[in-house]
Ligand binder design. Sequence first.
Ligand code: HGY
Ligand code: MN
Ligand code: MN
Length: 408
Amino acid sequence: MSRITTNEQRLWDSLMAMGEIGGTEKGGCCRLALTDLDQQARDLFVSWCKEAGCTIRIDQMGNVFARRAGRNNALPPVLMGSHIDTQPTGGKFDGVYGVLAGLEVIRSLNDHGIETEAPVEAAIWTNEEGSRFPPAMVASGVFAGVFDLEYGLSRADLDGKTIGEELARIGYAGDQPVGKPVKAYFEAHIEQGPILEAEETTIGVVTDAQGQRWYELTITGQEAHAGPTPMLRRKDALVGSARVVDRVNQIGLEHGPLACSTVGLMQVFPNSRNVIPGEVFFTVDLRHPDDSVLSEMDAKFRAYCDQMASELGLELQLEEIWYSPPVPFAEDCVSSVRQAAQALGYSHRDIVSGAGHDACYVARVAPTGMIFVPCEDGISHNELERAKAEDLAAGCNVLLSAVLNQAC
Ligand code: HGY
Ligand code: MN
Ligand code: MN
């Protein structure tokens, strides 16, 4: 296992410079997928990679691959990467750390004059968050053959703009086919949960990622006047939705401690203080590392929605828009990460990812591993998201070592 290390300050400076693009007053980052800010961030990454001697390849889903040539470029590359799109109240580290750690590995290979047998690449996956264009991880999903290209390009935001249109608008509608042979893929990421920090552990050796199901619901009642309409005559779509929100939360608690259940987006119509809401659109996110438990949660959720609709005389439209099963990562990659942490003397522990990542889809077409580092109070998808430079550098050193283990 290699013990060469990367440049902590350069990695930190790159993260801070990238974080300025969409930077918020609270120190977070709002850089939604395929906005002008995403374009600026992509352009900055591409310029840095070219300075590091990389060639750039952009595929039809806008995924960006920066390649550092090896001795034998006919070999499939060892790939690193993550995403640079953020949540509306995102931080400076979720996703972008994995992209810039990949670049820092390439820069460090240059510094040390190391030539690898296989090429090494750093990637940006388009639209990992699924916040603007649901579902999440759609571009790595197309890369893995889970979705076809037409589905991927046709995903639309709430204004009806599609991924295909927005890629063209920002100049990242590549002409390269989506999908290619990859020797191994490694994604460095902040944990986004409290475990590593609480245990004062530097490296998370990610063995699996939990499964998730995403739903969209429209509950329809009848708008009416908030004053003269007797309570028992109402068809209040928001009351029905509120009952579902509470039941979703209970389902998560009933399947604890590993289950998660969230309602994150809600639109009330007509959203006027003295009109009984006639229609509510909202989303549900259910997660568990065990697929059979996730199915149980799904069944309970659906049954309750039907029961609520009949009790309150409301119309229910419920669509499951996304299912990403639990993912075991490749033992070969997981042990590369574990051995690298060991060789470099970092405290480490096996961990299951609560969040979805592009690695969950790439794992279907290439041996894949992930490296977690702690984040402050386990907070993420929040402008207060913070990570320590020394932890980020430790994760990057493990990434370098794991990549060399596969590429040399
Ligand atoms: O939702 C997730 O787990 C990821 O942040 N897209
Ligand atoms: Mn992420
Ligand atoms: Mn995220």
